[in-house]
Design a protein around this ligand. Structure first.
Ligand code: SF4
Ligand code: SF4
Length: 443
């Protein structure tokens, strides 16, 4: 375990408010909003579409029963369909939408729907799919698919607890805690909807000590039918924090101590996912907005922006007053776990939470060199993998050998090996590639 401070570049900044960004005059709407599942477009070049219109509802992978539908973030005309570089470094087919026409949602009063009255679980799951909600807790997958699997499983096995993470996984980010505090009532109600769908026996909210003000019972008790929610503060000192494995451990520690029970698995969700569920179910408002923390020593104004998906980085930086120093790196979704991008036309997708723009003082450009056998990658890997050996064998084209083969599935994708490697070797990327190949083989 490594002290969280060792990975902190800017420190945690607490934001009290956010700014609503201008709608983009040209939106770049990726057909891959979950980061892995590519969707089939329902519309074509030259078509006029409405704000919030579903433009993709079927996944390229037919096994994806409840994909997260994609909606147009603005009304407009599809000017082109192109392959464009995404925030995760991959290319994806994208619609270029030029704004024109009337707005369906912007400036309109939202309908309110009483979800507690009889609407079937399957209808709620379908609506979560139609509203395009992904679970940003870890893998950015369709939440409706996850819920459907749990509901199906619970017909033969017992169901699982719901755990809501109200803190950020990295030491420099504060977007999750910001959403949890700013939209506390909505996040709790979103969690109550999820808990009702999976019939969760327990609902645990974990927050970082001092970051989240625990609500009064009266604020939430009528929302939860089965399990009464429990708000637990943790003093988190070490990184990595808040990945699935750690959340499961934290949940079981608590449940064992208070209720003498442990679970094999839990459903982990982020505060942002709960907010999306609230908006999607209570207001039928699709996931077309994101709250994004924009920070760094190269950007003129650090702030939290509410932006439409499809807004490009170029527009976002203009909203923040541009650069006041030459940027060296643009890193999406965290300084440790994130991806460096260089194209300012990269659009915001549903899985974008933070954008760090740094000068060379913080992140000097580094080139890959040979392994110097310092052993840091082995020391830092909590799962006891040997990233250096795995990379060495892979890059030489040698067989991995059964010992290393077996360990790969335990990689939690924390990326700490990359972070400490002085030779800048793509250790995590290599292990991830091998892990994906193993998964495909086993499928
Ligand atoms: S990314 Fe995987 S291999 Fe690298 S330190 Fe984390 S768990 Fe270990
Ligand atoms: S951290 Fe990098 S340089 Fe050090 S042993 Fe691992 S791969 Fe080699």
């Amino acid at each position: 375990m490594v002290s969280i401070r060792e990975f902190s570049r800017f420190g945690k900044q607490q934001y009290q408010t956010y700014k609503i960004a201008y709608l983009p005059s040209m939106a770049v709407l990726s057909m891959c909003q979950s980061g892995s599942c590519s969707m089939k477009s329902l519309v074509e070049k030259g078509e006029q579409i409405e704000e919030g219109q579903i433009v993709a509802s079927e996944c390229e992978n037919p096994d994806n029963k409840y994909p997260a539908c994609i909606h147009s973030p603005i009304p407009g005309i599809i000017k082109d369909v192109l392959d464009i570089s995404m925030p995760n470094g991959k290319n994806a087919k994208s619609l270029l939408i030029e704004m024109s026409g009337n707005f369906t949602f912007s400036g309109q009063k939202k309908d309110v729907y009483d979800w507690k009255n009889a609407v079937s679980v399957s209808r709620k799951i379908k609506q979560i799919s139609e509203m395009g909600i992904i679970n940003t807790f870890e893998k950015n997958e369709s939440l409706a698919n996850q819920l459907d699997e749990i509901v199906e499983e619970s017909k033969s096995h017992s169901t699982k607890p719901l755990v809501v993470r109200l803190f950020d996984k990295e030491s420099d980010t504060s977007i999750e805690s910001f959403i949890a505090n700013q939209f506390k009532a909505q996040v709790i109600e979103g969690a109550a909807i999820i808990a009702e769908i999976i019939n969760a026996p327990f609902v645990l909210f974990f927050s970082q000590k001092g970051e989240f003000s625990i609500p009064e019972k009266a604020e939430y008790q009528d929302l939860f039918v089965k399990a009464k929610p429990q708000f637990i503060e943790k003093k988190i000192k070490n990184y990595p924090c808040g990945n699935y494995k750690q959340i499961l451990k934290m949940a079981n520690q608590f449940l064992k101590e208070k209720h003498a029970i442990e679970y094999e698995s839990v459903l982990g969700v982020s505060a942002e996912t709960c907010l999306d569920v609230y908006n999607g179910i209570v207001h039928s408002y699709p996931a077309i907005d994101r709250f994004i923390q924009v920070q760094g020593d190269a950007i003129a104004q650090n702030q939290i922006l509410k932006v439409r998906i499809g807004t490009t980085l170029r527009n976002i930086f203009n909203e923040c007053g541009g650069f006041h120093e030459q940027p060296s790196q643009i890193i999406i979704n965290g300084l440790v776990n994130g991806t460096a991008v260089s194209d300012l036309d990269t659009p915001v997708t549903r899985y974008v939470h933070t954008i760090f723009v740094t000068t060379s003082r913080y992140f000097p450009r580094q080139i890959q060199t040979q392994c110097i056998r310092c052993g840091k990658c082995n020391l830092i890997c909590e799962e006891k993998l040997r990233p250096d050996k795995i990379y060495e064998r892979y890059s030489a084209g040698d067989p991995l050998g059964s010992t290393y083969e077996k360990t790969i599935k335990y990689c939690t994708e924390c990326q700490l090996c990359n972070t400490v490697c002085p030779a800048r070797i793509p250790l995590y990327q290599t292990i991830k590639l091998l892990k994906d190949r193993q998964n495909e083989k086993n499928f």
